[in-house]
Each structure stands twice: as C-alpha cells, then as structure tokens.
Ligand binder design. Structure first.
Ligand code: CO
Length: 139
C-alpha cells in the first residue's frame, strides 16, 4: 500500500454559491470548476483549484444527505474530510481492513470518477478520511 498525494480537503457548506464567492473574493481563488450533483453521495460538489490541491465544497443534496447532521452542528459549514490518493483502491481497502480501521460503506465512484471509500474518524484521530484511486490520466 502506497499512500499518495493529498487530493483535496472537503469543506461542507450550506451554500456552494456563497462559498465560491468567499473563495474567489476573500481568498483570491481564480480557478473554480462547475458545480455538479453527486447523488450517490447525497451531495452537490464544487472544486476550487489551488496550485497543489483542491478544496471540495460539498452542499447537501436532499434531506437524507450524510452532511445534514454536520451542518446542524456547524451551521456555517466547516472542514469535513481529507482525501488522499492511492494507486489501487482494492489494495488500500485490504490494507486498512487488515489494520482494523473501520471502513464506512462500500467502495463507490467519487467526485473525480474514480473509486473511493471513507475511513471512520474514530480510527483516524478524529479526521474523516477519504481514500481515492488516482485518476489514470493527468488531471
Ligand atoms: Co471528498
């Protein structure tokens, strides 16, 4: 198992529109991707690019969204998860499973179109951690 680069920091927000304005106007971000729905995760997603990584803005998609509770506790939004790349998602899953790290749900397709899964924050020092397979072509 080889841990790869930090792909993105997930930031939950009640409003992608307001957060994009904040990143553009207050932070000076210049590259903001088009928002899109990710129904499998129950979120609407928008990537803000930085030279070495991305911020993944996530807004609830529907009342059953997994980030509804997070936003009840953090009404203005906040840092939600870290996402690291790995070369092979199945190798990574077996690796974390073998260490007794709890994996949340099935491996599924994430916001970059590659397989992902989440590790339980209680086994990761309080940090909800997303593991994603690196995209095959340059991005
Ligand atoms: Co993410």
């Amino acid at each position: 198992m080889k841990l790869g680069r930090l792909n993105h920091v997930g930031v939950a927000t009640p409003s992608i529109e307001n957060s994009v304005a904040l990143y553009r106007e207050r932070m000076g971000a210049e590259v903001v991707r088009d928002p899109f729905d990710l129904p499998a995760q129950g979120v609407r997603v928008c990537f803000v690019d930085t030279p070495n990584s991305q911020i993944e803005l996530i807004e609830p998609l529907g009342a059953d969204s997994p980030i509804v509770k997070f936003l009840e506790k953090n009404p203005e939004g906040g840092q939600h998860h870290l996402c690291f790349e790995v070369p092979d998602i199945e190798v990574a899953r077996t690796f974390y499973d073998g260490k007794g790290v709890r994996i949340l749900g099935q491996t599924r397709i994430g916001a970059h179109g590659t397989p992902i899964f989440f590790l339980h924050p209680k086994d990761m020092g309080g940090v909800l951690t997303e593991i994603m397979e690196s995209p095959k072509q340059a991005h």
